[in-house]
Write a protein that binds this ligand. Sequence first.
Ligand SMILES: Cc1cc2nc3c(=O)[nH]c(=O)nc-3n(C[C@H](O)[C@H](O)[C@H](O)COP(=O)(O)OP(=O)(O)OC[C@H]3O[C@@H](n4cnc5c(N)ncnc54)[C@H](O)[C@@H]3O)c2cc1C
Length: 386
Amino acid sequence: MAYDRDIIVFGGGVAGLFTAARLRRAGYDVILVEKDALGGTQTLASQGMIHGGQKYTLAGKATGAAAAAAAMPERWEACFAGTGELDLSAVKTLSGRQVMFPAGSFFANLFSRLTVFAAAKAVNGKTRKLERDAFPVVLKRDPVYEMQECVLDVKSLVAALAGNLEGRIFKGEATALSSGGRVTIGGKPFSAKTVIFAAGAGNETALKLLGADARRAQRRPLRQIMVRPMRQALYGHGITGEPKPRVTVTSHPDGTGNYIWYLGGNVAERGAKMTEDEALAFVKNEMRDIFPDIDWNDKQWASHAVDRAEAFSDGTQLAAGPQIQRYGSVLVAWPTKLTFAPLLADLVLAHVEENGRAPTPAAPPPDLPAVVIGAYPWEDATWRRL
Ligand SMILES: Cc1cc2nc3c(=O)[nH]c(=O)nc-3n(C[C@H](O)[C@H](O)[C@H](O)COP(=O)(O)OP(=O)(O)OC[C@H]3O[C@@H](n4cnc5c(N)ncnc54)[C@H](O)[C@@H]3O)c2cc1C
């Protein structure tokens, strides 16, 4: 069979972009095909936090995900310094640190202190307890732990990754796909030695086109909440003694010197089971309880519903790391977290090399349209007062 390409990657979120950029750097003739906009569905909706594992130890024990995440901050930092596996020196960070802070009532707070301490100790020694004068301004209660884990301006990550793939990113969608590596894009036939679907929820389409069981993928819904204008920035996890943060806060400049707080964690998981009205009212109450010194009545609120798209694990839980399913020449891939994109690229490269697929010279660009970077959820949100 004459192949058009060594590799065709579907999906322009962090998984597809990172993997394609690594394959390109290894010399493969790779193109990336995105159906809507780069940054896609989950990546630009994410909180952009590079996790080092502490978040996954809140139940008091180190999990598989914690172990997998422990090495990730250093690996990403090397890319940002221009010395890693990819040159991501153009990426901007919103914060170089994240904090864990108590977010419970008086009794729950006792547990949260113990949990925060256990989590901090379990993963690595780079976590430190802050003195009061080093607390983020909005935090008043002990203990606050600082983790040397950055929070990314995700659009700059998407742009930097795309920069590693110049002339190789196109707009399109697969309408037919065979496990032999034949694929129809925009009505045109293509073939590749390896086809990679890293298309988030769109991986379900690949499973369907391949005639595989769509139940090999799972979605876990979230309703992220946005609130503005916030005078101070905060990047961190509010802990109560539960295995998941009560709230995870990231802060995004709103262009007027203030911030939009983007709220995830348990509030977003619980909010996903509510209507938008119910979720906003619920989260406003949560925020009043966690940050009683802030006036929440003069704020505007919005929400963004989005699914986490993953390989099936047990239907509810997060897999311990990136996942790949193989169907002949087609790989269906999920990073599980933005943080794990480099690990996913390792798995894909190992698979391609294991199959003795040597890089070939680049073919001319295909006749497919160009694609642009998408928007953050807060850029097209509908805001309202509560
Ligand atoms: C609200 C939220 C917050 C999160 N916060 C964090 C965090 O702080 N830190 C962290 O590490 N992880 C976080 N995650 C997880 C992380 O965002 C995801 O694991 C990661 O972004 C998934 O990347 P992806 O490229 O697989 O998917 P996506 O970003 O969803 O990208 C998939 C792309 O594929 C495209 N596509 C779909 N179907 C097709 C098709 N048929 N053909 C071509 N293209 C197609 C889509 O348009 C999209 O652009 C968060 C997730 C959510 C939902």
